[in-house]
Write a protein that binds this ligand. Sequence first.
Ligand code: ADP
Ligand code: MG
Length: 552
Amino acid sequence: MAKLTGATIMARALKEQGVEYMFGIVGFPVQPIARAAQLAGIKYYGCRNEQSASYAAGAVGYMTGRPGAALVVSGPGVVHGLAGLSNAKENCWPMILIGGASSVKQNGMGAFQEERQVMIASPFCKFAHAVEHVYRIPFYVEMAVRNSIYGRPGACYLDMPDDIILGEAEEETVHFPAKCAEPPRMTAPEESIQAALNALESAKNPLIIVGKGMAWSRAEDEVRAFIERTQVPFLASPMGKGVLDDNHPLSVGAARSHALQEADVIVLMGARLNWIMHFGLPPRFNKNVRIVQLDISPEAISQNVPAEVALVGDGKAIVGQMNKALETRQWFYPKDTPWHKAIAEKSAANAKQIQVMIDDDSAPTNYYRAFRDISPWIPENAIIIGEGANTMDIGRTQMPNHGPRERLDAGSYGTMGIGMGFVLAAAAVHPDRPIISVSGDSAIGFSGMEMETVCRFKMPVKIIVLNNGGIGGGVAALPDNPLDALPGHLTVAARYDKMMEAFGGKGFFVTDPKDLKAALDAAMAHPGPALVNVQLHHAAGRKPQQFGWHTS
Ligand code: ADP
Ligand code: MG
C-alpha cells in the first residue's frame, strides 16, 4: 500500500480544490509543502517577505474567484502573514494562509517558533483550524476553500505542525472530498425586487454605487445592462472602478462629492457605507437619503444608514432579476434632468480646477502633470495597482479603468505596502496583460524587496514611483541632523530605479517632466521588469478638497 506524506496530501488537496497559486517563504517546517505544491502543478512564487506573499494570495482570490494560498513558516512567519489575512478580511477577498507550526508532540514545551497561531489568526478568519491528523488534511482544505468563497468571501487559516507535514498516511485511508462547487448565487424575493425598482422610480436624484462586491460576483454584464436600461448615473467605489468603464457617460466619478451629497435615492450594489463612503452620513450624504442595499451578507444591511429595501444575495443574480423585472416596466430616468446638468457642471468645474496643474511643466513635477503622461501610456487592458496617499488618491481620478477587477489598491483596510504583493499576484494571474503599478515613495518602501522576486520570475511589470521624498509631503533637502527632520521625511530623490537595476530589471530616473514620456515608452519597450522613478516637487499635493479625506 502506498503512503502519502502530509505535505503531499496538502498539495494534492489544494490542487483538487482549485487552488492554483501559492506565494510564500520556505523554511522550517513548510519547505516540503512548497515543493509538493510545485509537483502537484500549483504555481509557487517564493517571496521575500510574508506580508507580500499574503497580500498576493488575497488579490489572487479576488481576481480568480478561487482562494490564493500563502505559505509561511511558524511563529514570526505567521505573524507577518497576518498582514495579508487582515487585508483579505477587510476587503472580503478569499485566501488561505497556511502556517507551519512546531510539532504537536512539543506543544507547550517552548518549541522553536512555538506560537498560539490558530488563536492569533482567528479574528481575521471565517475559518481557522489546526490540522491534527495527516489523513484529515483534505477535509480541512475543503472547509477552508468553501468558507473563503461562500457567502461574503474572506480569509481562512490552516495550521500545519511539523509532524503532520512529515507524517504519513496510507493512501486508502485518506478521503479527498469532491471539488467545492462555485458559490451558490442566491436571489432575492420578487417583492423586494419590485420594491427596489419602485424606490428608484420615485427618485429625483437617483444614484447607483457600484462596489467591489459586484466585481467579485462578476456582475459586470448585468450592472452595465441595468445602468444603461435605467439611465441612472453611477459612482464606482475605488475598486468597483472598471465594472463599468470609467469613461462611461453615466459615470459621476468627476463629480463624486456633489453626487453623494445630493442623491436622494441610492442603490448600493456590493459596497459598504464605511469610511470609504463616509458612512453614508451628513455632511457627505443627504440626511434624508433613501438606501436600496444589495449585499450577500445579511448582517451588512443597514450598517450606518437603515436600508429602505434590502436585496440579500448574489450581485450577479439579483441585478439579473432586476433587469428581468424591468422588461415589464416602461420607466427609465429621463435625460436632461437638472440632476444630470448639475453633475455635468460640477465635473467641468473640477476638471478646470486641476487643468493648471496638468499644464504646469516646471521641474520637479506635480502629480497631475505626471499623470498627464502616465494615463495615456497605460494600455487599455492593463491591471492597475495603486498605493500611497496622494499617489493613490490622485491616481484613482486620473487613471481610468476599463474593465472589472483591473484595479487593486490599498482597499478597505487602507493598507500601505500591498503594492508589490499585488504586482506579483496580477502578473501571476495575467501573464499576458500589462501590469502597471503606481506607488508613492513611502509606499514602495514597505515591499520594495519584492523587486527581486519580479525580476527572478521574469515578470515584465512596469512600476512607477511618484517620489516626493516623504510620507505625505516631502522636503527640499533634509537637515544636517536627521533627527531634526519631520517624522514623515524620507531621502530626497532616492534612487528606487537603481534597486530595480540591482536585481536585473531596468530603471529610469526622471527629474524633469519633459523626459517622462520617453522614459515611460522605454520602460514599456523593455521586455522585462522596469521601474520609472519620477521625482516630484516636495510640496506637490492634491487639488483643494471640499472635505478632508477623513471627513465623516
Ligand atoms: P467597496 O470597497 O468597493 O465599497 P466593500 O468591500 O466595502 O466594497 O463592500 C463589498 C460588499 O460586497 C461587502 O459588503 C460584501 O459582503 C459584498 N459582496 C461580496 N460578495 C458579493 C456577492 N457575490 N454579491 C453581492 N455582494 C457581495
Ligand atoms: Mg511620498
